[in-house]
Design a binder for this molecule. Structure first.
Ligand code: PCD
Length: 808
């Protein structure tokens, strides 16, 4: 029988950092007790929905709303003409551009919002939409950014001055009326020189296709203007509720204290819910006009066709090396298709996000990157989709370039990586394109990964397979996909990262209750990541109260401290740090209280798991629970009552998680069907808060990576019609397609983060896409393939086999 509570018991009781604590939010979610936006039902609530353009580019000659207004239940139809007097027919985008809220004179992409029908319910709104008569005059459609830059057709007439003058855009001079910006990093001339004089140069062009995060829950909101007290409440699927409040205030003129933004439960965000959409503005206006709450909820097609897409990067690269394989230089040019409006959600100074992390995990002395943003007749957006700001594109680029270089050098791609990795002793490492990587140990991770999969054995098996294939003994090829990635997450230092002028710090406010339980509120917002579970674990370890006694609350701007929200895997690096720092303030005050209660000097007590102990006398202690009570019940000289703390944390740097992935794939050359035999993922996200949640994040991210690499895309035809606007055509993997993932880890803490943690949510996607793609490419390498574009769906894989003559 155990009669003494050991120190281990006390640690276990906290369920603090490092513990695979079960997700506290799941009790609700698995019982249908979640509270999503569409669950909100208010008295007299109306429903608004959009008339959307069937054309990708057309002039609007007229809009006749008379018949729609006759429909029983339809109360109002808003058009740009109604919004114009309020100055709300256009709105600013996060990228410094502006975007039509409702079509003003023309439409620029299929599905664009033309009119907003407000009705008593969703069905009446749908009937009304059918009867709004819009007369369009079709204009030439441009879906190719290269053509766009050559075309006489002006997509954005609003951005061309009199006499055809081209005023600068938000990111400097524009070269053409359909050009948005040019963004450079690194040194052009020295890089060109290195490449011109190199022993070996590999060149490749690749298209990272347009895709979409497609969260299970679509975007939506409920706006409720209380005209009596002048307060606007806005519930919505917002990944950044405070930023939305500020934006709503700036564009509506309603003072910020009169706006309450609430993000309730969110059914997946994946970057899709960072930006501001016309639906939000129209719902607010409709609520002000009607004096009633107005709900707007997208359907699946609306979501896929019109809300923020991801990628659409055409990348061309050159990589140079010595004969031995030491990389000497890297050059990258991107033509970035931004659609009709530049509505990316990157920090202000980074119009191409963190694409300048494209030197990857390698010690590349010289590099140059140039990105041209271009308008086309496609939906706007360009948010992340499980990649902080174009890191997925950057990692895909470098991980393909390294493979292409290995082919050129006739070298093993794993070995080529190994000899070029940044070495452990080089950290903090400043990359040629400017970032300072905080910490890393790439060789250890790589060796562990290759050993775990028996890399040598796999290569031998693959060679045998090629022999067998040539001998007609099999029709299946084997591909070994490798990728090693470095992520950059935790935007970010306020000095270089802001969104709309709002510095990207984050926050945590803690209140300890007298009986030793607590509530902590953060500026971030979970969309499924499990913050209510993990942030309580950070606090449990920092303040010595059980995680089960700590409530985490996020997403209500009336109660939560100001923060920039959850995307770019920034919650752990930034709000997680704020949580630890606020916890330490609590602990500092607790120390004074404990010393007073124990009648010793402040410096004579020390923290131990869940208590303060008199140094050298472990039997003399006060538990945090006792201290909490004393904070409210004792008059302690020179200390205020209560136990609360707040921290606004501006991180000194981003964090740089990394990982080593290997995919083993069999490909049937006659059907083009890939079969994933094995997927091994080693992630290093520094200190691990909840290993089980990390594993779940990795599974989720890898599955989205599989989707993107092997079939998911938003495709357009020449007329700008979206060909993949429903789940019949848009590939969303199910348990059927998903392999068994093997996860692994190393731990290289971030030296500047208070608990050494780095983000992890995006990593598996960032590293996963090139890994799946490299596996496909590698299977065909022995037959002369260097590169084929994603998505590698069955048809494209079959076509590659065909083009390589494997069907002859
Ligand atoms: N963690 C731990 N540890 C470490 C890290 C982390 O534990 N070291 C955990 C935390 O706590 C949490 C998670 O994990 O819970 C995550 O985190 P992070 O990384 O920090 O992140 P966040 O910020 O929180 O989040 C964000 C992300 C993103 S970005 C995305 S896309 C996605 C992810 O997240 N999304 C999502 N994941 C997820 N999941 C879910 N479920 N849902 C969702 O929606 Mo973007 O930018 O937005 O594109």
């Amino acid at each position: 029988m155990k009669d003494e509570v050991t120190r281990e018991d006390r640690v276990a009781n906290l369920k603090g950092m490092g513990c695979s604590r079960k997700r506290v939010e799941d009790a609700r979610f698995t019982q249908g007790k979640g509270n999503y936006v569409d669950d909100i039902k208010l008295d007299g609530m109306l429903f608004g929905d959009f008339v959307r353009s069937p054309y990708a580019h057309a002039r609007i000659k007229s809009i006749d709303t008379a018949a729609a207004l006759e429909v029983p239940g339809v109360l109002a139809v808003l058009t740009a003409a109604d919004l114009e007097p309020l100055g709300l027919h256009w709105m600013p985008t996060l990228a410094g551009d502006k975007q039509m809220v409702l079509a003003d004179g023309k439409v620029l992409f299929q599905g664009q919002e033309v009119a907003f029908v407000v009705a008593e319910d969703r069905y009446a709104a749908a009937d009304g939409i059918e009867l709004v008569e819009v007369e369009y005059e079709e204009l030439p459609v441009i879906v190719d950014p290269f053509e766009s830059l050559k075309s006489d057709v002006v997509l954005r007439e609003d951005l061309v001055g009199k006499n055809g003058a081209l005023p600068d855009g938000a990111h400097g001079p524009r070269k053409h009326h359909n050009h948005i910006f040019t963004w450079e990093a690194g040194n052009k001339a020295p890089t060109e020189e290195v490449i011109a004089n190199a022993d070996v140069v590999a060149e490749e062009s690749m298209y990272y296709h347009r895709t979409h995060p497609c969260p299970l829950e679509t975007c939506g909101c409920v706006a409720s203007m209380d005209k009596v007290n002048g307060k606007l409440t806005l519930w919505g699927t917002f990944q950044a509720p405070h930023a939305i409040r500020t934006v709503v205030s700036l564009i509506s003129g309603i003072e910020e204290h009169n706006i309450r933004v609430i993000s309730p439960d969110i059914g997946g965000g994946f970057g899709n819910k960072v930006g501001a959409y016309p639906g939000y503005v129209c719902s607010v206006v409709a609520s002000i006009v009607t004096g009633k709450p107005v709900k707007w909820i997208e359907d699946r097609m609306d979501n896929l066709m019109t809300t923020a897409f991801a990628r659409d990067y055409h990348m061309t690269g050159k990589i140079s090396a010595t004969k031995e394989g030491k990389i000497t230089g890297l050059q990258c040019h991107v033509t970035a298709d931004h659609g009709g409006f530049d509505a990316c959600a990157d920090p202000t100074k980074f119009p191409a996000g963190f694409m300048n992390i494209c030197t990857g995990s390698y010690d590349i002395p010289t590099a140059y990157l140039e990105v041209d943003g271009v308008y086309t007749n496609k939906a706007p957006g360009g948010v992340s989709y499980r990649c902080s700001f174009r890191v997925t594109e950057a990692v895909y680029f470098i991980e393909r370039m390294v493979e292409v270089l290995a082919i050129k050098l006739n070298m093993d791609a794993a070995e080529l990586r190994r000899i070029n990795f940044i070495k452990k002793e080089q950290f903090p490492y400043t990359a040629a394109l400017g970032w300072e990587y905080d910490s890393g140990d790439y060789h250890t991770a790589w060796d562990k990964a290759l050993k775990a999969v028996d890399y040598e054995g796999l290569r031998a098996e693959q060679a045998q397979r090629v022999e067998d294939f040539k001998a007609g003994k099999t029709r299946k090829l084997m591909g070994i996909g490798l990728s090693f990635f470095t992520e950059i997450v935790g935007a970010g230092p306020v000095k270089n990262c802001d969104i709309l002028g709002l510095g990207m710090f984050d926050s945590c406010e803690i209140r300890i209750h007298p009986t030793g339980s607590a509530i902590a509120r953060l500026g971030t917002i979970s969309q499924g990541q499990g913050h209510a579970t993990t942030f309580a674990q950070i606090l449990a370890s920092e303040i010595g109260l059980p995680a089960d006694s700590i409530t985490i609350e996020e997403g209500d701007t009336d109660t939560a401290p100001y923060g920039l929200g959850t995307y770019g895997s920034r919650s752990t690096p930034v709000a997680g740090a704020a949580t630890a720092m606020a916890g330490r303030k609590i602990r500092a005050k607790a120390q004074m209280i404990a010393a007073y209660l124990l009648e010793v000097h402040d410096n004579d007590v020390e923290f131990d798991v869940d208590r303060f102990v008199v140094k050298g006398a472990p039997e003399k202690f006060k538990t945090m629970k006792e201290i909490a009570f004393a904070a409210y019940n004792q008059a302690i000289p020179s200390l205020e009552p209560g136990l609360e703390a707040v921290s606004y944390y501006d991180p000194p740097n981003m964090t740089y998680p990394f990982g080593a992935y290997v995919c083993v794939m069999d490909i049937d050359v006659d059907t083009g069907v890939p079969e994933i035999r094995r997927f091994y993922a080693l992630d290093d996200c520094g200190t691990r808060i909840n290993p089980m949640i990390i594993e779940g994040q990795v599974h989720g991210g890898l599955t989205e990576a599989l989707a993107v690499a092997l079939g998911q895309e938003i495709a357009y035809d020449d007329m700008g019609n979206v060909k993949t606007g429903t789940l019949m055509d848009f590939f969303l993997p199910t348990a059927w397609e998903v392999p068994n993932y093997e996860t692994d880890f190393t731990v290289t803490p971030s030296p500047h983060h208070p608990i050494g943690a780095k983000g992890v949510g995006e990593s598996p996607h960032v590293g996963g896409v090139p890994c799946f793609s490299n596996a496909v490419q590698d299977a065909f390498r022995p037959f002369g393939n260097t590169h084929t574009n994603m998505p590698h769906d069955h048809w494209r894989i079959w076509r590659t086999a065909n083009e390589l003559g494997l069907h002859d």
